[in-house]
Structures are given as structure tokens and as C-alpha cells.
Design a protein around this ligand. Sequence first.
Ligand SMILES: [Fe+2]
Length: 160
Amino acid sequence: MQISELCTETISQFELNQVPEELEALKKEMASSTEPYIKKTLHLSSEREVILTYWKPNQGSHIHNHGESHGKVLVVEGEILERHFKFDGSNMELLDSNTFPEKTCLDITPVNFHSMTSGDNPTTTLHIYKPKIEHMCVYNETTKKLEHVEGGKAARCEHE
Ligand SMILES: [Fe+2]
């Protein structure tokens, strides 16, 4: 599959050219990792951030947001189930869920919380955020509280 065929107008050719090699490195790293997904930053400046993520099958992020950043997530290989939520101060209300197959894009907006879960096969996603993520809120389902996480960290709770 050619990534350049996909909705990549905001990702530079230089960044796209890094994907095959970096993806191979992530796949090797994943072979000995216990993490549900691992990621590599391809570009980071105050204006924008580009991240390649490799997911084991049927693994999810916690519910989170991206601070003030907008973005797009391109499903390079595999499949992503995205759920949107609204936070009422203690509980997360599920608003909708959508499945994104290979070669489709999720839109990231600052308004809602979301979670992402990979499908039955290993999944690769390419993320772009503008501006770079300064901070995120991650929802701890046990304590029903939000945890503030610095940008660049995984959307996981510190204490599970
Ligand atoms: Fe996210």
C-alpha cells in the first residue's frame, strides 16, 4: 500500500519517507514489549507533531483528550474502533462509536474525549496534531477522575 495515496496533505514527504523503516523498528521492538501499543515521534515542533503508532491486536487506549490540539489519525494498516465520550464531571457518556478501516482518517478535535481500540490484526496509525500536544487528560475508570498527562506520553493512566 502507498501511504502517499492517503489523506496526507498535512504530512510532509520527508515524514512519509521515514514510515517504512520506523515501522519495521517498531515491529521489532513490539516483539519483546508488553505494551498494548508503542509509538515513535517523526516530527516535533511547537506548531505540529507527527507520531507513528503500532498496535497489538484488540488493544485500547484509555479515554482521553488532546488539550487544545486538533489532528488527524490515519489508519495505515489494520483497523481502529473509535469511541467518543462526553464527560459530566464523574462519568463518561458514550456518544458514538465508529470503525475506521485501512486508508481512512479519524478527526481529532479539542471538544470531546475519545478512545481508540485496534481490530483483530496488528494495526499501524499515523497521527498529526496541531499545535503539538502540550497536555492531555486521561480518564481513570477506577477512580472516575481525570489525570493530567504531558504531551508525548501514552494515553494511559499512571495508576491502574
Ligand atoms: Fe487520541
